[in-house]
Design a protein around this ligand. Structure first.
Ligand code: PHE
Length: 338
C-alpha cells in the first residue's frame, strides 16, 4: 500500500462515515476500518513489509486515517442520537407503526362514587373529606360509641402504635364537618374504611363508604326516606323502592337499616336479591342529640339525618358482580368491561 492509495482509502472511509444515516450503519463503517480485523490494523501490521523509504509516510497517513475517522464517527454518533430525540421532520420515521394508547375505563367503585356525588350534588349536597387515619375520638367517642362497644375491639378495628386507628366507617367525617361548620350542613363524604374482617365473597378488610349528613331546622325522618328514595331511583331506575328496618347505631336515634327493592326482579325475588326482593344497603337515622351536644350544636334548635352506604355493595348489585374480591384483583379483563 502506497501513500496515494492510503489517501484514497481515507477519503472513502470518511465519506462512508458521513453517509451513514443510522447508528448501525455507522458502526459497520467503524468496524470495517477500525475494528480488530479492519483495514487500519491490517495496514499497521503490514508496515514492516513496506519499503523503508515509504514506511514513515504510510505509517503517518494510516494514523491520520485512524484518528480522523474515529473523530468523525464520534461526532456522527452524537448527531444521530440528537436527531433521534428531536421531533424535527428529519428525525421522524413516518413508516413506524403508531403508538397504541388503550383508553382506560373507570373502576366500578369510582363510578359508583362519582354517580352518587352527582346525584347528591343536584340535591344541594357538597363533598366533604376526612383522614383514613383517625383518632379514637372522631371514630368512636364523639359518635357516642360506648367504651365497651364491640366495634372498638381490636378484633374489629386496626389500631396503630400511635394510638390512632384506621377509620372503620366514614361517620367520623360527620364530626369533623360539624366541628368546623355551623348548621345548616348538607354533605356527602366518600372514602375508604378498614375493618379486621376475613376476606370472603362479600367482605374485605378495606372497603368504601359514602356518608351523608343533613342538619338544619326541622329535618325529619320523612326527608331521609324521601332523599334516599330519590337517590335510589336516580341510580338504579324509577321502579326502585326503599324500606327501613329498625336498627341501632350509637350516633343516630332512631336508627334504621335500609334496603333498596331489587332492581333486577322488581322485588319478586331472584338470585341477585337472594330471593328476598330487597337488597341491604347500609345504616341511617336521625342524628343523636348527644352527638350534637358533643360538637356544640343546639339539639333544641337543630335536627339532622345521617346515612352510610356501602359502595362495593352498590357496585356489586348495580353491575352484577358476584364476588367483592374481583373489585380488588385488578384483572384488566374484568375491569375493561366497565
Ligand atoms: N357508620 C355506620 C356503619 O358503618 C352506618 C351509618 C352511617 C349509620 C350513618 C347511621 C348513620 O355501619
Amino acid at each position: 500500500m502506497n501513500a496515494q492509495e492510503l489517501t484514497d482509502l481515507k477519503q472513502a472511509a470518511l465519506a462512508e462515515a458521513a453517509a451513514a444515516t443510522d447508528a448501525a450503519a455507522l458502526e459497520a463503517v467503524r468496524i470495517k476500518y477500525l475494528g480488530r480485523n479492519g483495514r487500519v490494523p491490517e495496514i499497521m501490521d503490514n508496515l514492516r513489509n513496506i519499503p523503508a523509504a515509504d514506511r514513515r509516510d504510510v505509517g503517518r497517513l494510516a494514523n491520520e486515517l485512524k484518528n480522523e475517522l474515529q473523530n468523525l464517527v464520534n461526532a456522527r454518533k452524537q448527531e444521530l442520537q440528537q436527531s433521534a430525540g428531536s421531533t424535527g421532520p428529519a428525525a421522524f420515521d413516518y413508516t413506524l407503526p403508531g403508538r397504541w394508547r388503550g383508553l382506560g375505563s373507570r373502576h366500578p367503585v369510582t363510578q359508583v362514587i362519582e354517580r352518587t356525588i352527582g346525584i347528591f350534588r343536584s340535591m344541594g349536597f357538597t363533598v366533604a373529606d376526612g383522614p383514613d387515619i383517625e383518632t379514637e375520638y372522631h371514630n368512636f367517642d364523639a359518635l357516642n360509641t360506648p367504651a365497651d362497644h364491640p366495634s372498638r375491639d381490636t378484633q374489629d378495628t386496626f389500631y396503630l402504635k400511635t394510638g390512632q386507628l384506621l377509620r372503620t366507617q366514614t361517620s367520623p367525617v360527620q364530626i369533623r364537618v360539624m366541628e368546623k361548620q355551623k348548621p345548616p350542613v348538607r354533605i356527602i363524604a366518600p372514602g375508604r374504611c378498614y375493618r379486621r374482617d376475613t376476606t370472603d365473597a362479600t367482605h374485605s378488610a378495606n372497603f368504601h363508604q359514602i356518608e351523608g349528613l343533613y342538619v338544619d331546622r326541622h329535618v325529619s325522618m320523612a326527608e331521609l326516606k324521601g332523599d334516599l328514595t330519590h337517590f335510589a331511583r336516580q341510580l338504579m331506575g324509577p321502579g326502585v323502592n326503599i324500606r327501613f328496618r329498625p336498627h341501632f347505631f350509637p350516633f343516630t336515634e332512631p336508627s334504621v337499616e335500609y334496603d333498596f327493592s331489587c332492581h333486577v326482579c322488581g322485588g319478586k325475588g331472584c338470585r341477585v336479591c337472594k330471593f328476598s326482593g330487597w337488597i341491604e344497603i347500609s345504616g341511617a337515622g336521625m342524628v343523636n342529640p348527644k352527638v350534637f351536644d358533643i360538637v356544640g350544636y343546639d339539639p333544641e334548635e337543630f335536627t339532622g339525618y345521617a346515612f352510610g352506604m356501602g359502595v362495593e355493595r352498590i357496585a356489586m348489585i348495580l353491575y352484577g358482580i358476584p364476588d367483592i374480591r374481583m373489585l380488588y384483583e385488578n384483572d384488566v379483563r374484568f375491569l375493561e368491561q366497565f
